[in-house]
Design a binder for this molecule. Structure first.
Ligand code: NAD
Length: 474
């Protein structure tokens, strides 16, 4: 993407600008607002790792943006664009995100400046474990201190290296598994975390599309079925989002990867495109689709919903005017520059902001952390009890009405919840509830003109009260 330090500088500034714009609509003292905005702690490390026969010096960060609630929480990214400003911007977004979805954490973020495609799995493991021991040394990781998670370029595999390294350095900590989330289920992960961010994106957009007056303003009908969707980035977030849109009856007309984009107005099948990508090394030349060798052109094609799910600043002042979507759902963090945000708002496009829309990941990470601290799987205690209760209830209904429930009906009603059911329904409830909170501010607070400002207000209101009631340590 060729991002420069200046671009990341403006990413952090644009987060600060969005904050300031929203802060005017809140009642807090300037000092409280300044404290909410500030990055509380920043760690930068450089460490040597043996790669082949040579030694490479790796640059890495962990930023704890806010300590108003602990632990801090936020992903770890592997990317060549990583620098201090980028990690600061992403950590700040995490603080606001957690507040919006009522997850009791402060924001944090980590980054290692590497191109993960250039290393073997063993080399990545060495880098990840060394990074984790640096975090341990500086007290920048721990179940009550700071809890990382996956982000761009990382997944369950990296999280399992982190939990193993942390646990071996903290053998007496019975809660050690809660030092990181997004782990494989065998290492203390929770079912449903892998797809959580993408599923949250789907729930959020579905909720936005359920309001008739909002859809009429965009010239759309309510519901997801039949809507034309373009997704940028077929990684963890983008792939799962695309899959849920497709399952809900949307038409995936465009898919974009770093080395090309494809478009088919009749709709693409995301799993078949993934299979094609596996065998050919890219998504281009998929049967029946139009190719764009410049992936950015994919963003500008006709659609109703555009989901950028790759990296920041992909929609900017030079291409914003050509965006044809009516709804932009920010699955990635910071995909619009501030200039692009203004242009899209002026065009009447509904932008669903990152600090709300991609919060499904941190929401389910919270469930995973709770699972680790309670040392028990969700559903283990109540599943059978609930099944027995429903069974009795159906018996009573049958004997009082004199009618029999079919075997299939009985089986459906009798199912007590598994972990995955509870996680998905907790996520769905969170995404619906938070959208309504933000929309309510957007519709009812005088002068608020977009959902992003409303989302920031929602966050500032909650964090401001927390700081006021915390008092200031003398
Ligand atoms: P990922 O590494 O799993 O996937 C990213 C995908 O984007 C990869 O397939 C990559 O090839 C592709 N890509 C890179 N550059 C591109 C370009 N120019 N055009 C099109 N595609 C490109 O990462 P992820 O975890 O899915 O994260 C994606 C975004 O979502 C990031 O902004 C991240 O901060 C955000 N996010 C992730 C999570 C999470 O739980 N993983 C949570 C919240 C937000």
């Amino acid at each position: 993407m060729g991002m420069t330090n200046t671009a990341n500088n403006s990413f952090f500034e644009s987060v600060q600008r969005n904050f300031d714009k929203a802060a005017q609509f809140t009642r807090f003292d300037q000092g409280i607002l300044a404290q909410i905005k500030a990055c509380n702690s920043i760690l930068r490390v450089k460490f040597p790792v043996k790669i082949g026969d040579s030694i490479e010096v790796i640059e890495a960060y962990r930023v704890q943006h806010s300590h108003h609630k602990l632990p801090c929480k936020g992903g770890i990214r592997f990317s060549m664009e990583v620098d201090q400003e980028e990690v600061m911007a992403l950590a700040a977004l995490m603080t606001y995100k957690c507040a919006i979805v009522n997850v009791p954490f402060g924001g944090g973020k980590g980054g290692i400046k590497i191109d993960s495609r250039k290393y073997s799995a063993f080399e990545l493991e060495k880098i990840t474990r060394r990074y984790t021991s640096e975090l341990c040394k500086k007290n920048f990781i721990g179940p009550g201190i700071d809890v990382p998670a996956p982000d761009y370029g990382t997944g369950a595999r990296e999280m399992s290296w982190i939990v193993d390294t942390y646990s071996s350095l903290n053998p007496n900590n019975i809660d050690a598994q809660a030092c990181v989330t997004g782990k494989p289920v065998s290492q203390g992960g929770v079912r449903g975390r892998t797809e959580a961010t993408g599923l949250g994106v789907f729930f959020g957009v579905r909720e936005a599309c359920s309001f008739q007056d909002d859809m009429e303003k965009l010239g759309l009908t309510t519901g997801i079925a039949g809507k034309r969707v373009i997704v940028q980035g077929l990684g963890n977030v983008g792939y799962h989002a695309a899959k849920y849109f497709q399952e809900a009856g949307a038409k995936l007309v465009g898919l974009i990867e770093y080395n090309g984009a494809i478009y088919d107005e009749n709709g693409l099948d995301v799993d078949q495109v993934q299979a094609h990508r596996q065998t050919t090394g890219g998504i281009l030349n998929y049967p029946g689709a139009i190719n764009f060798s410049n992936p950015a052109e994919g963003l500008e094609q006709a659609c109703d919903i555009l989901i950028p799910a790759a990296l920041e600043s992909v929609i900017h002042k030079d291409n914003a005017d050509r965006i044809q979507a009516k709804i932009v759902g920010e699955a990635a963090n910071g995909p619009l520059t501030s200039e692009a945000d203004v242009i899209l708002n002026n065009k009447g496009i509904l932008v669903i902001p990152d600090i709300y829309l991609n919060a499904g990941g941190v929401t389910v990470s919270y469930f995973e952390w709770l699972k680790n601290l309670s040392h028990v799987r969700y559903g283990r205690l109540e599943k059978r009890f609930e099944e027995n209760m429903y069974n009795e209830l159906i018996d009573i209904i049958e004997s009082t009405t004199g009618k029999r429930v079919s075997d299939l009906e009985r089986k459906t009603i009798l199912r007590g919840p598994d972990e995955i059911d509870l996680v998905h329904s907790g996520l769905e409830d969170t995404m619906i509830g938070s959208y309504r909170e933000i929309r309510d501010i957007y519709k009812n607070r005088e002068g608020v003109e977009d959902l992003r400002t409303a989302a920031f207000i929602c966050a500032i209101d909650k964090i401001g009260v927390a700081y006021e009631e915390l008092g200031i340590f003398p």
